[in-house]
Design a protein around this ligand. Structure first.
Ligand SMILES: Cc1cc2nc3c(=O)[nH]c(=O)nc-3n(C[C@H](O)[C@H](O)[C@H](O)COP(=O)(O)OP(=O)(O)OC[C@H]3O[C@@H](n4cnc5c(N)ncnc54)[C@H](O)[C@@H]3O)c2cc1C
Length: 333
């Protein structure tokens, strides 16, 4: 099979600002493309996209296809899919990478289905095997599973923000910027009229120095609120595992892990959670890790720096009191 098709990144912008995940994916695409001895191409759609292509080139792209039109300012599922699919048919990319963002989670399967190819979602690593086939790695069965798409092209994967780091920009890099033809009328079935950003409460997870994450061990909403109070006392961001979201104690925005967010705090405190890999991949860049769990045999204790064996509903209120006392002493000193 030919392996000289380009490696693609479907870049994403919000209010004209490139998302960090797009630059992170360009960095990884560059590594894959160098090994495949091919080019990195980015596809970017939006309005007023004049400076952003150079940012993508500085991060490692060789060519940027830009759809620049007022109709493309916000993500339009049908139009974005049509543009990407038509261009993919012309350019025959070997690999297509997309951020696991709200847009990417929808656009990637739409594109994959139209191109009749495979897609691996929520990858936490992307490598090439000895035959230069993409191994898209996801946590599963207590370890990492490599998923390959040996026969169909392109090989597609979505990756969350924070899995890869943003490459150091090289402003001296040059590349080609190609304007895409935009149809005069939007496809009519689904149209995005407006995107309203929800105001997030408290400290944002992605940039937090301290993260307190709660899990199923909270037991109920009352138990969850105790964990949330610890986060507030420490001026930390509140994170969660999937069961806490499924129970309705918190919203999806707080979920950490493979299908949630990647965090890199100085201090992570996991309360009432078991340390399943799908959650733990999201905190692999945390500096110091602490777990509170009432089961001394919980696998979480093998993965953290400090473990506290106790019922979180009893231990956490005491910890909150101690922190408050400590803070008061600091103020009076
Ligand atoms: C494709 C896929 C993607 C996924 N993505 C994610 C993801 O992004 N993020 C994520 O979090 N999960 C994800 N999951 C789910 C993941 O596999 C686990 O099911 C989940 O992380 C477990 O959450 P938990 O640790 O809160 O619950 P559990 O595994 O049920 O653990 C609860 C823990 O609480 C302890 N406990 C119970 N009572 C108390 C108490 N009173 N005091 C202290 N400790 C107590 C127990 O000993 C236990 O260890 C995904 C799963 C799949 C299949």
């Amino acid at each position: 099979m030919e392996t000289n098709g380009p490696v693609w990144v479907i870049a994403e912008q919000m209010d004209c600002r490139l998302l960090a995940v797009s630059l992170q994916l360009i960095g990884q695409a560059r590594k894959l493309a160098d090994r495949l001895e091919t080019s990195v191409e980015a596809v970017l759609m939006g309005d007023n996209m004049d400076l952003q292509p150079q940012q993508l080139i500085a991060a490692g792209a060789d060519r940027v296809y830009v759809g620049n039109a007022p109709d493309l300012a916000d993500y339009q599922p049908e139009l974005y899919t049509e543009l990407v699919v038509n261009l993919a048919k012309a350019r025959q990319p070997e690999i297509v990478l997309i951020g696991s963002t709200a847009m990417g989670r929808e656009l990637a399967p739409l594109v994959a289905a139209s191109l009749k190819t495979g897609l691996t979602a929520h990858c936490i690593d992307l490598v090439l095997d000895e035959n230069n086939i993409l191994e898209a790695r996801i946590p599963a069965y207590g370890g990492l599973l490599s998923i390959i798409c040996p026969e169909k092209r392109p090989q597609m994967a979505t990756v969350a923000a924070g899995v890869f780091s943003i490459p150091e920009p090289d402003e001296t890099r040059t590349g080609e910027v190609v304007r895409m033809e935009i149809p005069e009328h939007l496809p009519g079935r689904i149209q995005t009229l407006e995107i309203i950003q929800e105001e997030s409460e408290g400290v944002p997870l992605e940039s937090a120095n301290i993260v307190v994450a709660g899990g199923a061990g909270a037991g109920d909403l009352e138990g969850w609120n105790i964990i949330a109070a610890l986060a507030k006392t420490l001026n930390a961001a509140l994170g969660s595992t999937r069961p806490a979201v499924d129970e309705g104690w918190t919203d999806l925005e707080t979920m950490i892990g493979q299908s949630g967010k990647m965090v890199a705090p100085e201090l992570y405190i996991g309360v009432g959670l078991s340390g399943e890999l799908q959650h733990m991949v999201g905190i692999r860049n945390a500096k110091v890790m602490v777990a509170v769990n009432n089961d001394p045999k919980s696998p979480v204790f093998e993965q953290v720096d400090y473990g506290i064996v106790d019922d979180c509903r009893e231990f956490v209120p005491v910890l909150i009191e101690k922190i408050k006392e400590y803070k008061e002493k600091q103020v009076t000193c």
